[in-house]
Design a protein around this ligand. Structure first.
Ligand SMILES: Cc1cc2nc3c(=O)[nH]c(=O)nc-3n(C[C@H](O)[C@H](O)[C@H](O)COP(=O)(O)O)c2cc1C
Length: 339
């Protein structure tokens, strides 16, 4: 399996749902939901790509980094790279029926495990979607992180207990799906969380808890104050609110606000290469999530997903050599070109 074969398979299966553009920047699919696009004008998806593209790296050659180490410790789980597959719910109706939810979750979780990355699974308008993610996680011996929609707290706590029983590494809640059309139109109650509701979640969930969809330092601080273990800086791939900045633009201020707090910072949005991963770490993230490229790679099954993750890792290693970074700790804003 190689990246070229994956593209070829994708072209045979995705139809107009995803045109496999060279950049995957949200331009061609703008407004296509269901589909691969960002909401309305698609600006938030496009900004993810463009704000990250604006960050430039400092190319360094006088140093001693020959074999960089990009391994990452995620709450006691040693990963070969700081890369996770983002949760994707509703792949079947968003991606031209090329795959069903259950197969997708299995490919993502198993493929990530094969490569030494980690897979996350989603939730959606059909409650079975969450269960299919859990099944894949159980099959892999607990090597994954399920994500729950921002449902009423008692339901989230119930679903988190299922994740714990499955042996999951952590559990996430994508609070930025508070007004997601797919969910609200199916009559399922979702909504934002108050500070007290976050405290209640933390108190009643035994796994590390991640809040996904943070775009503002004030939210990040409140979430830290509530004792939450991780955040994903994310605008849901530009699918929930038109005209937000890209995540690369807001990440530095969020990371600064969280300095000294016990919080793992993940980020997603427009990350397409291992070089992009380096940029996001330099801007303040501990690890990244990759969304649409995984939906495309899963056309090659678990091996396709593993192929993508290995590809990102090898680009990352090349980028670490070219920025003089031996370990992830060396990837600071030192590697960003400031003119
Ligand atoms: C088709 C589709 C379905 C998604 N489903 C979920 C979901 O169920 N839960 C969630 O937290 N995020 C979901 N997301 C958002 C992704 O997890 C992630 O934040 C986003 O795709 C990252 O941007 P990227 O695709 O540009 O890498 C979905 C995104 C897409 C494109």
């Amino acid at each position: 399996m190689d990246m070229k074969t994956l593209k070829k398979l994708g072209r045979e299966h995705f139809g107009s749902a995803c045109r496999l553009c060279a950049n995957c920047d949200g331009k061609v699919c703008a407004g296509e939901i269901p589909g691969a696009g960002g909401v309305a004008s698609g600006a938030s998806f496009k900004n993810n790509f463009e704000d990250l593209a604006k960050v430039q790296l400092r190319l360094r050659i006088v140093h001693e980094v020959h074999k960089p180490d990009c391994s990452f410790d995620l709450w006691g789980h040693k990963l070969a790279m700081p890369i996770l597959a983002a949760p994707i719910g509703g792949i079947q109706f968003n991606w031209n029926n090329y795959i069903n939810e259950s197969e997708y979750c299995k490919h993502v979780i198993a493929g990530c495990k094969m490569a030494g990355a980690m897979g996350m699974t989603g939730d959606g308008k059909m409650p079975e979607i969450y269960g299919e993610g859990i099944e894949a996680i159980v099959e892999s011996g607990g090597f994954g992180i399920p994500t729950i929609k921002p449902r009423p707290n008692e339901l989230i706590i119930e679903k988190a207990a299922i994740a714990e029983k499955a042996g999951a590494v952590a559990v996430a809640v994508d609070v930025d799906a508070a007004a997601l059309i797919n969910i609200t139109s199916s009559g399922q109650p979702v909504g934002p969380k108050s500070f007290n509701e976050l405290v209640e979640l933390k108190k009643n969930i035994n796994l590390p808890l991640i809040i996904k969809g943070v775009m503002d330092p004030e939210d990040a601080l409140a979430i830290a104050e509530a004792g939450i273990d991780g955040i994903v800086v994310s605008n849901h791939g530009g699918r929930v609110l038109d005209h937000t900045p890209g995540t690369a633009a807001v990440l530095p201020a969020i990371a600064k606000a969280l300095e000294g707090k016990n919080m793992t910072i993940f980020v997603d949005g427009g990350i397409r290469t291992g070089f992009d991963v380096i940029k996001m770490l330099a801007l303040g993230a501990d690890a990244v999530l990759v969304g649409r490229p995984v939906t495309q790679a899963a056309v090659g099954g678990a091996e396709g997903v593993a192929c993508l993750m290995n590809h990102l890792k090898s680009q990352m290693e090349a980028g670490m050599i070219m920025t003089g970074s031996q370990t992830l700790a060396d990837i600071t804003d030192r590697v960003i070109y400031k003119g």
